[in-house]
Ligand binder design. Structure first.
Ligand code: BG6
Ligand code: BG6
Ligand code: GLC
Ligand code: GLC
Length: 913
């Protein structure tokens, strides 16, 4: 009897041992796993074998780990592990250990994980929206790093096509598509906030970066969590399908796919096959299914059912609960030693002491195998790195994350022991990522962003700049403060916008923008007012711009003579309006003393002189025609008048071209420098000089300083130099040189062309930023500079351009915002309705500039309805309007035309109609 029981027990024991023996891997088997993994790592890297390799070795476009100098404020998403997190990461002063993070965890319901792609990304964006509200950051357009823990085919740091879903995700219409695009689209659909998605990052990479920030020896990232995966720094020359041989790039191995080519069938058990068969992706991720949290519990459950069926457990009784897929969670494997009773109770299992022991053994066998397999894989990786570097011995650190590694009592020890046994020549340290991979994603964003972070402004900063400019305006207007003010706020003696009654035949000169133009403007008044214009562009050679003042004005007079000749009006003395796009002090409309040259101009003997006199003198000297210069206007004023002709609400004129500047209608009572308190006068702000007294030092970058040093007017027009077309291409060039020197671009190649001032122009920036052909343009332009750009380089350069032009639009939005709030206060109205007339090549030609500007202005001055009106016909038409008004003023003597008579006239007009 005793022997019968003993025999039965012995045979039961044997059956259990046989079942679990399949999970015990011998040292030889582990060596084999390591060797096969090594083969697959190589196959994944090689061009020929890559398509069929089970370990995909995906390039990540992360070229280096953080060096501790990163800083800035970033948003990060962390999707694909147990939790979906949205975070903000602040890296303070460029020191290690100076990171602060705030995060919130959001649920992703199963029906969304397995619904449509659009639903998934809409959900993600909704969570971001909630987080931004929660943080009070809706209006800050932050750079974003996206940890997306799935295999992606990356062609750049911010481009990744999802290869296939793994783990528990299965949303439709995502595989094969760019995840960054999908996120961007969803942000656009929501139309509530804007983000700058800089990087897409696998969780292994994020983890490596998080840990490398603390320990520079960390060059491997391991996740042992819901999924299983590794990344490491590989030599560029070994990554055959990525161009370039210099330096390193982090490779996302996606080792979870190991085994897809049947090469580990010998160690897979029937339970592994069952789990695989019942998964969302049968046949795939075979290694992951033996090693990661998503599946280990399920393997255990299936073994338990099997053992119970054979009467080896729970007296042969299988509960309904135990039949439920997924009921045996992986966390139970971690907790089983301490909480066995309550776990079994939870499963409705009536267990004996023996049952408990057997269940613990099952869990131990399954998790032990998982840790050993990861160890074998890791041994293959570290040996590869050691051989890459031609070393006998390697010291290296692995950054690790994942619930399995963190929570299981023995997983990490077994893993480390296995690595030690299988890779005896490598001393491998493991450090735990305390902060998750979001921090790493932010650090990657920061590495990319190192030179650019200072060019991004939060709305908070922009509001601050707006307030500063508001103060500058007040200084410029005040009698006592004006002499030392940098923003000169020059009275223009233009007192109203066109009222529709102007008529006559005029000549307009337009000097100071990218073209020198002479126009004939005929304004007639049959039935309705019509304007006819003819114009011609004349050259202004560099030597004339930089020569003597008398030569410059002789040249202008000569061109004017030629124009009149062609128009056959040399015998007439037509009134002339002179758009002169430089800062001038007026005491009346036809007297304009040049205060200082700006932009490219530097003709001698003109500063401090009345340009009307200089031009008259040059015309007299010729003696072949007569001229009557009736008004000098700044181009901003001309633009406001041109636009005012079409829209009576226009009361602001801005130029975003070679230079930048704005004018607006100010209440006369606020202009201390001009007599009189009634009505309004247009003020030429000359905002280009904003910052000349140091007010903008906190936002100027090393590149801005370099531009200034190399300009014809160092120390002057500092705002203009950060913003306008004359400098933008050059700013981009300087940043590219710096990045290339750091090896971040062009594989470190620097050519003489790249080093030549002026080789990148603002029109190039505009071309590169075009959404469709932008990258091709970038390639063309960079190739002309001889740097042989890779596709990546082109993407990075596009990014640099966007940052620089975005900064420009943001800064203009801030200064324009200040003008708008001033107008609003002047009118004492709760809501400002107004029109801004705009001209200038940057605004007109850049594909996204206008949209960005309008959007930011509306955000900064929400209590306004602003219409932006492009001046289609340049400032000459406006200059003619001013001239019309000036000539009438002279013909009709006083009463002086002020806004009073303007409104009176308008009323009459309305009455007639
Ligand atoms: C987190 C990381 O800490 O760990 C995630 O922030 C990662 O990016 C995760 O995916 C992996 O572990 P688990 O167990 O959550 O899948
Ligand atoms: C033109 C105006 O359209 O734009 C000029 O007629 C003005 O008066 C110019 O100076 C500004 O733009 P840019 O790009 O030519 O400097
Ligand atoms: C899966 C994913 C992989 C990720 C890993 C860990 O294996 O395919 O990209 O790194 O899980 O989360
Ligand atoms: C420069 C000039 C200014 C002009 C602007 C735009 O800033 O100083 O007068 O309006 O360029 O052309």
């Amino acid at each position: 009897m005793v022997t019968a029981v003993a025999q039965r027990l012995a045979s039961q024991r044997k059956e259990i041992d046989d079942t679990l023996a399949a999970f015990a891997l011998s040292p030889t088997q582990l060596q084999e796993v390591k060797a096969k993994m090594r083969v697959e790592l190589e196959r994944g890297l090689k061009k020929d074998s890559h398509p069929t390799a089970s370990v995909k070795m995906l390039p990540t476009y992360v070229y280096r780990t953080p060096d501790g100098t990163e800083r800035g404020k970033y948003l990060a998403l962390d999707l694909g592990g147990t939790n979906f997190r949205v975070l903000v990461v602040k890296i303070r002063t460029g020191m290690r250990n100076s990171v602060r993070m705030y995060n919130k965890i959001y649920a992703i319901p199963l029906e969304i994980m397995q619904g449509t792609g659009e639903e998934l990304f809409d959900h993600i964006v909704q969570c971001i929206s909630d987080f931004l509200d929660y943080m009070g950051m809706k209006n800050t357009r932050l750079p974003l790093g996206f940890t997306f823990s799935f295999p992606c085919n990356q062609t750049g740091i911010d481009k990744g096509d999802l290869v296939c879903w793994t783990k528990g995700f299965k949303a439709t219409e995502c595989e094969g598509y760019d995840v960054v695009d999908m996120l961007r689209e969803a942000i656009k659909r929501r139309n509530e906030f804007d983000l700058d998605i800089v990087a897409i990052v696998n969780d292994t990479v994020g983890t490596m970066m998080t840990c490398a920030y603390e320990d520079p020896k960390c060059q491997i990232g391991l996740i042992a969590g819901t999924g299983s995966n590794v990344c490491y720094m590989e030599e560029m020359k070994n990554i055959e399908f990525v161009e370039g041989d210099e330096g390193q790039m982090c490779v996302n191995t996606e080792w979870g796919g190991f085994g897809a080519n049947d090469n580990i069938e010998d160690i897979r058990t029937r339970y592994d096959r069952e789990v695989d068969g019942g998964s969302l992706n049968p046949g795939k991720q075979r290694f992951e299914k033996m090693t990661s949290g998503m599946y280990l519990g399920e393997i255990v459950r299936r073994i338990l059912i099997d053992l119970t069926k054979h009467g080896l457990l729970f007296r042969g009784r299988i509960t309904e609960r135990l039949k439920t897929k997924g009921i045996f969670e992986t966390k139970f494997l971690s907790q089983i030693e301490r909480y066995i009773r309550s776990i079994l109770q939870h499963l409705g299992l009536d267990s004996t002491c023996d049952d408990s022991i057997i269940v613990k053994e099952v869990c131990g066998a399954v998790s032990r195998r998982a840790a050993q397999l990861c160890g074998a894989g890791m041994a293959a990786v570290v040996d590869k790195i050691r051989e890459n570097r031609g070393l006998d011995n390697l010291e290296i650190t692995v950054g690790v994350d994942g619930t399995l590694y963190k929570l299981h009592p023995h997983f990490s020890t077994i893993l480390k022991d296995t690595v030690r046994e299988l890779a005896p020549n490598c001393k491998v340290d493991f450090i735990l990522s305390e902060d998750g991979s979001g921090k790493g994603a932010a650090l990657i964003t920061a590495v990319i962003d190192k030179y650019l972070y200072a060019m991004r402004f939060s709305d908070e900063t922009l509001r601050d700049i707006m307030a500063r400019f508001r103060r500058e305006m007040e200084n410029g207007l005040g009698r006592d403060t004006n002499p030392t003010a940098t923003v000169k706020m020059l009275p223009t003696f233009v007192r109203s916008i066109p009222d529709g009654s102007e008529k006559g035949d005029f000549i307009a000169l337009d000097l100071g923008g990218s073209n020198f133009r002479i126009l004939r403007v005929k304004v007639s008044h049959e039935k309705k007012q019509t304007v006819q214009m003819e114009s011609q562009i004349y050259e202004t050679p560099e030597d004339i711009i930089h020569g003597s003042g008398s030569r410059l004005f002789d040249h202008v007079a000569e061109c004017l003579g030629d124009f009149m000749e062609k128009q056959k009006i040399k015998d007439k003395k037509l009134p002339i309006g002179f758009t002169f796009s430089f800062p001038c002090a007026h005491t009346k409309l036809d007297e304009a003393v040049l205060l200082t040259w700006t932009k490219r101009f530097k003709a001698s003997g003109v500063e401090g002189m009345d340009v009307v006199k200089l031009l008259n003198k040059a015309i007299k000297k010729r003696g072949d025609y007569d001229a009557d210069i009736m008004a000098v206007v700044n181009d901003t004023v001309g633009t406001m008048m041109t636009c005012g002709f079409d829209d009576q609400r226009c009361e602001v004129g801005i130029i975003i071209g070679t230079g930048t500047n704005a004018c607006y209608m100010e209440e006369l009572r606020h202009i201390d420098l001009v007599e009189g308190d009634e009505g309004r006068m247009c003020i030429n702000t000359e905002w280009g000089a904003f910052g000349d007294d140091g007010t903008l030092e906190d936002i100027r970058t090393e590149f801005d300083r370099e531009i200034d040093r190399g300009s014809p007017n160092p120390g002057k027009q500092l705002f203009e130099k950060m913003v306008s077309g004359m400098y933008m291409g050059e700013l981009v060039r300087l940043i590219l040189v710096k990045m290339a020197k750091e090896g971040l671009l062009f594989e470190g190649r620097i050519t003489p062309e790249l080093l030549t001032k002026g080789k990148i122009e603002t029109k190039h920036v505009s071309a590169i930023e075009k959404s469709k052909e932008g990258l091709t343009k970038a390639e063309e332009i960079l190739t002309r500079l001889g740097v042989e750009p890779s596709e990546d380089d082109c993407i990075a350069v596009q990014h640099v351009c966007a940052i620089v032009s975005f900064r420009s639009a943001n800064l203009i939005a801030a200064t324009l915002g200040a003008i708008l709030t001033r107008l609003k206060d002047n009118k004492n109205t709760p809501r400002l309705r107004t029109t801004v007339g705009i001209d200038g090549s940057l605004y007109k030609m850049h594909p996204q500039y206008a949209r960005r500007l309008h959007k930011t202005v509306r955000r900064l001055v929400p209590e306004s309805d602003v219409r932006f009106l492009l001046s289609e016909s340049g400032s000459g038409k406006g200059a003619a309007m001013v001239t019309a008004w000036a000539s009438r003023l002279i013909c009709s003597d006083p009463p002086y035309i002020t806004c009073h008579s303007f409104t009176a006239k308008k009323k009459k007009k309305n009455a007639v109609s």
